[in-house]
Design a protein around this ligand. Structure first.
Ligand SMILES: [Zn+2]
Length: 273
């Protein structure tokens, strides 16, 4: 029988197989990754994105322009400090509706957004936003900052993905990852029982086939000789690192509470080349 290996840390000893609903999840006790071995449905080299989520983001886009600008301004300040120079350009991988295009343009930063989803390419055309489906491997330019928000949990081979990013990150450049936190309150509750929940934590087939924790991101950065600057969890509506969404007051209250107790649903990893 073929022996399983963790797709991030490559270890084959500390793995546990979990049978859940109609799918199997492998838990790596070394780097704390949870993953499904076979990705059956794919868009490029990634698992698909939930259409309800896409619709919500498209609607949110028109109602959150000020929030996007606030986030861009605060983050640029932090990027500049980490870079120890002025940031000139940003590559946004999996940019969705390009919420950061106009804010960064106003801040004189050259922003490039790439997307595999045909929905967002069409959205870009309709709303005059530069959203293009470009293969990372074909990018020749180098970037000061590369961001990938809600992307890694879809990527089939995270090590290959980080390798591609490394090549187009300038020396001293910053990588900013944002993804679901598999140690969050929501995720922990979803591991109680398969009779109550279809999802196993943030493993949500066929959409999310990988679920990450602090240690997984740390391992991934180490694998690619990136210097970890910060890895932390926060709420979806965090004042600097939150998502550009039009959350309801109830959601803001709930997210704020989980964030306060260190059980927020967002996992943020920042590293320097
Ligand atoms: Zn592992």
């Amino acid at each position: 029988m073929k022996k399983n290996r963790c797709i991030i840390c490559k270890n084959s000893e500390s793995l546990q197989l979990i049978k859940w609903k109609n799918f199997n999840v492998i838990e790596c006790h070394k780097c704390h990754l949870n993953f499904c071995e076979i990705m059956e449905i794919k868009e490029g080299n990634s698992s698909p994105v939930n259409q309800a989520g896409i619709n919500m983001m498209a609607k949110s886009f028109f109602e959150t322009k000020k929030l996007a600008h606030d986030y861009a301004e605060k983050r640029l300040h932090i990027y500049n400090n980490l870079l120890e120079r002025k940031c000139e350009n940003i590559l946004d991988i999996g940019c969705g509706p390009a919420v950061f295009y106009k804010p960064y343009q106003k801040l004189n930063i050259k922003w490039t957004g790439i997307e595999v989803s045909p929905y967002w390419i069409e959205f870009g055309k309709k709303n005059s936003l530069p959203i293009h489906n470009i293969d990372i491997k074909k990018i020749k330019k180098k970037y000061d900052v590369i961001t990938a928000h809600q992307v890694l949990e879809h990527v089939e081979d995270p090590n290959k993905f980080l390798n591609d990013i490394y090549k187009i990150l300038r020396p001293g450049g910053i990588l900013h990852l944002e993804l679901p936190n598999n140690l969050s309150l929501t995720s922990t509750l979803r591991k109680i029982s398969p009779t109550i929940f279809y999802d196993y934590g943030f493993i949500q087939p066929p959409m999310h086939m990988r679920a990450y924790s602090f240690k997984t991101i740390e391992t991934l950065f180490k694998n690619h000789f990136l210097q970890t600057k910060n890895i932390f969890s926060c709420s979806n509506n965090h004042s600097i690192w939150g998502q550009v969404r039009n959350y309801s007051n109830f959601q803001k209250f709930f997210y704020g509470l989980t964030g306060f107790f260190g059980k927020g649903s967002l996992l943020v990893g920042i590293a320097k080349k």
